[in-house]
Design a protein around this ligand. Sequence first.
Ligand SMILES: Nc1ncnc2c1ncn2[C@@H]1O[C@H](COP(=O)(O)OP(=O)(O)OP(=O)(O)O)[C@@H](O)[C@H]1O
Ligand SMILES: [Mg+2]
Length: 387
Amino acid sequence: MFLKKLSVINFKNISEANLVFTSRVNCFVGDNGAGKTNLVDAIYYLSMCKSSLTMTDGQSVRHGADSFLLEGEYLSDGERIERIVCGFRRSGGKSVRRNGKEYEKLADHIGLIPVVIVSPADSFLVSDAADERRRYLNAFLSQLDREYLTAIVKYNHVLGERNRLLKQLDWAGGEELLDVLDEQLVRWGEVVCRKRRELVERLAPQVAEYYRILSDDREQIELVYHSELNERPFAELLASAREKDRINQFSTAGVHRDDLRMRIGGYPLKKYGSQGQQKSFLVALKLAQYRLAATVAGEKPILLLDDLFDKLDMARVEQLIRLVSGPEFGQIFITDCNKVRLESILERSGESYTLWRVDGGEPCQVESEADPERVDGRVSEIKNDAQ
Ligand SMILES: Nc1ncnc2c1ncn2[C@@H]1O[C@H](COP(=O)(O)OP(=O)(O)OP(=O)(O)O)[C@@H](O)[C@H]1O
Ligand SMILES: [Mg+2]
């Protein structure tokens, strides 16, 4: 999938922008606070109907404005055109349209324009509690697999009911009701566990391989799915935890306690990994996610690399660029605050690219001085794309 044209009105610090992209590498450069991440976030929003950051829709409207509007024109790998418009009004809420037709449910849009983002904000996946990693697994799997989405929604619903029941002091009929809820919890929990296990089994070797390339074979990493359900049948776990659950007044066993364990050289990444090693792990994870999503969806996602050099040394960034220049990757957006550094690395990779300088929320396309012939080629390519 490739984003040909993007129009932005009143989204964060961007009052108005109209951009035409190439199907390969597109770069935004500019100082801190210029609006590079905001542009990347606008692209993410058009795919996911929400910001990639912890910003509400209201907070994403430019200060002083009443609404924002994002419009993307895409070309699928099968040459299908998709026009997506996302609008938000402080007074009227959000609306998302595909080729002029409004969606009834926003969830129906998720997955149509696959996107994978690598950003400094990912660090929470290593540093925060297991619920963030579960949220990541849920979001990733829900995009790929409707059956998983159904199972996790049902599981969470039954879990809520069970916890409510455990909090009730009056236990008349409580045991029988718990039996019924446990049966449902087992049914949905086993689906969730199996699909998470299968996903991580497919992802883990690919993550290790990408990490090996990024680190130039320096370190070994492991990604392991941890679940109590891997050791004992869920029904058995629930039965033996019932007494404890009653005392604690919440459910202490189940897939809501799963984790994604990350290790480097045999030790926990969170404690023993350097910042660059942690970032490399996350990049490897996201690239593996990209490959899997591309295979399952039959459509190459858009790859957003926000703040390319964040915590990575030059050698790792160079390896990363080499990796994503391969034919298995499609359209890429890169941001960096240093134009010279970014251009030198792209020139060395031999990859052609377009470049925007962003200043005060205004992107302006820059023609590279380095190679006039290639720039001419790129400009005509852009013109052709725009027609
Ligand atoms: N709703 C909003 N209205 C107006 N400006 C906003 C809004 N939300 C965020 N901003 C502004 O956007 C700017 C941040 O933009 P962004 O995060 O895209 O910067 P950046 O170019 O990625 O910088 P860095 O290099 O530091 O990552 C800040 O100046 C912030 O005040
Ligand atoms: Mg930024």
